[in-house]
Design a protein around this ligand. Structure first.
Ligand SMILES: [Zn+2]
Length: 258
């Protein structure tokens, strides 16, 4: 697969980077990413993934655009209020670059439906705002052998981690948070408030890490950083990184030797 001349021009600033190059750009064009949660994290992440020329995107969100979303959910405008987020996101994407293939899913993701929702993708980027969904997505990723970028933000604290729990030596998201939150629905955003640009920082950093994972096979940016959790502090501001080890007893990713 090669890139047509108009695509070469579109991605010229990528292609001149030694860490991307023509081969890397082709790898991005071949990639299929599922975005789960098209909110404060998913909106800017979608903009940078689409800008990066990710060839196929699956957009997953069961919510509707509300007026209070517009302060941080950058793909929506006033006219989208009251319309479905997945449909509105697809419209944004079609306006931005009609060469990108898009599928949408406006059903709520739960443990029963997560696997079907992510079938065939190369990477899942989860920016949803509750633990039950995030754990269901993590378990589905492990079962399907799909890497997961999990991103979250609350007030001025954000976190972005890359998980490859399907691999024997790497943690999954459940290794990190445990089982206690399966029944929780912690939508702290509505209660606690959120500075719009903070969500944007986390979403764009998640997009950077997604590109890092997708380019890892092509040399690219090197290490996909499995099991590394980056903590973003918007008040200091600062970033720090911690390592998440595989939990041998984790019911999401333990090896079944029976
Ligand atoms: Zn695990």
């Amino acid at each position: 697969m090669s890139l047509f001349p108009d695509r070469l021009d579109r991605f010229a600033r990528h292609i001149v980077l030694p860490q991307v190059g023509g081969a890397g750009q082709v790898a991005l064009a071949r990639a299929h990413v599922a975005l789960i949660g098209l909110g404060g994290i998913g909106s800017p992440a979608l903009q940078y993934l689409a800008g990066a020329g990710i060839g196929r995107l699956t957009l997953i969100d069961d919510g509707q655009v509300e007026l209070s979303n517009l302060q941080r959910q950058t793909i929506y405008a006033t006219r989208d209020v009251g319309h479905g987020k997945a449909v509105s996101a697809r419209r944004w994407l079609a306006n931005f670059d009609s060469d990108l293939a898009v599928a949408l899913n406006d059903r709520r993701i739960d443990a029963a439906g997560a696997g079907e929702a992510i079938t065939g993708v190369d990477l899942v980027l989860d920016g949803t705002d509750n633990f039950a969904t995030r754990l269901a997505v993590s378990d589905a990723c492990v079962a399907a052998g799909i890497p997961l970028l999990s991103a979250a933000v609350g007030r001025f604290q954000g976190q972005v981690g890359a998980y490859a729990g399907h691999l024997p030596d790497h943690a999954c998201y459940r290794c990190f948070v445990g089982d206690a939150f399966d029944a929780e629905d912690c939508d702290t955003c509505a209660d606690d408030g959120m500075l719009g640009a903070m969500a944007g920082w986390v979403g764009t950093f998640a997009a950077l890490q997604a590109v890092r994972v997708l380019l890892a096979g092509a040399g690219g940016l090197g290490d996909p950083q499995w099991g590394k959790l980056h903590l973003l502090d918007g008040l200091a501001p600062s970033m720090r990184t911690m390592a998440i080890g595989k939990d041998g007893a984790c019911r999401g990713c333990r090896v079944n030797d029976g």
